[in-house]
Design a protein around this ligand. Structure first.
Ligand SMILES: Nc1ncnc2c1ncn2[C@@H]1O[C@H](COP(=O)(O)OP(=O)(O)OP(=O)(O)O)[C@@H](O)[C@H]1O
Ligand SMILES: [Mg+2]
Length: 245
């Protein structure tokens, strides 16, 4: 009995050391961030943070384990993010009119914005990771993947059903517009193929319809989708009219 236990424990310990190494190397774990993660763990939202999935311009995304499966954890870096860009998308948003201007406040606002935007996507019936929780620079959301392996972006794997995928994305844009929202960062880089269905990710940039640039962002999102699928010979007419309804 004792021997069996120690046999089971050894690989676990090694695995833990490997995880810790990769987490520390990923550079986002300042003390404040570690405290937030440990709070998510204490509250039972997460069990472990497993490994980095991707390092973006402003954030690092990790796979985490939960009681029932997995979650994706997006951690914004305070020191190396692009705050000028963030400010542009927060300024016109009535939800954040009282915001302070220091880096930390902007990042925190951005994360809460991304969380709220994911909720808008879900409520509009659009495929996107379900939001689970957030605190300061940390966003926890549904993990998109299969058997623990994260899904790939449309950019990385391409489309084997371009007509259907194109229409599905345009329909998502239409539903969001109807719900009073524009994602504002749709491209093949921010679409994951989950069970071969396109899912919108990276919703932090999204704005409400009353944002001064909402129409411009809507046209850009549509343009990016059409341009991408044009490579596959997909052509769609009068899309903007169709989306606006
Ligand atoms: N919910 C999720 N489930 C699985 N993987 C995810 C999830 N969210 C993000 N990812 C992975 O992390 C990558 C980066 O995510 P995201 O685009 O949200 O961050 P980002 O920092 O804006 O990145 P970039 O600067 O490259 O746009 C995605 O391309 C995807 O591979
Ligand atoms: Mg992205």
């Amino acid at each position: 009995m004792v021997r069996r236990e120690s046999k089971r424990k050894r690989p676990k310990k090694e695995e833990k050391q490997l995880k810790e190494k990769s987490l520390i190397e990923s550079e986002v774990f300042d003390k404040a961030t570690l405290l937030i993660l440990s709070d998510f763990i204490k509250r039972g939202v997460l069990r472990t943070v497993d490994y980095p999935i991707a390092k973006g311009k402003e954030a690092n995304v990790f796979r985490a384990s939960t009681a029932g499966g997995y979650a994706a954890v997006k951690i914004y870096r305070i020191e190396t993010g692009n705050f000028i860009r963030m400010q542009d998308y927060i300024r016109g948003d009535v939800r954040f009119s009282q915001l302070r201007r220091d880096k930390r406040s902007i990042v925190n606002a951005w994360v809460s914005k991304e969380f709220k935007n994911l909720r808008i996507c879900k409520e509009a019936g659009v495929n996107a990771p379900a939001p689970i929780g957030f605190k300061n620079n940390v966003l926890v959301m549904e993990f998109l993947g299969e058997e623990g392996i994260p899904d790939s972006t449309l950019q990385a794997v391409g489309s084997d059903e371009p007509e259907r995928h194109c229409d599905s994305l345009l329909e998502a844009i239409r539903k969001l517009w109807k719900a009073g929202f524009v994602h504002a960062d749709i491209s093949e880089y921010n679409v994951l193929l989950h069970k071969n269905e396109p899912y919108l990710i990276d919703a932090g940039q999204g704005v409400l319809k009353n944002h001064p640039k909402a129409e411009e962002f809507l046209e850009r999102d549509i343009g990016n989708v059409l341009k991408y699928f044009e490579k596959y010979g997909v052509k769609r007419e009068n899309v903007l009219e169709g989306v606006r309804g």
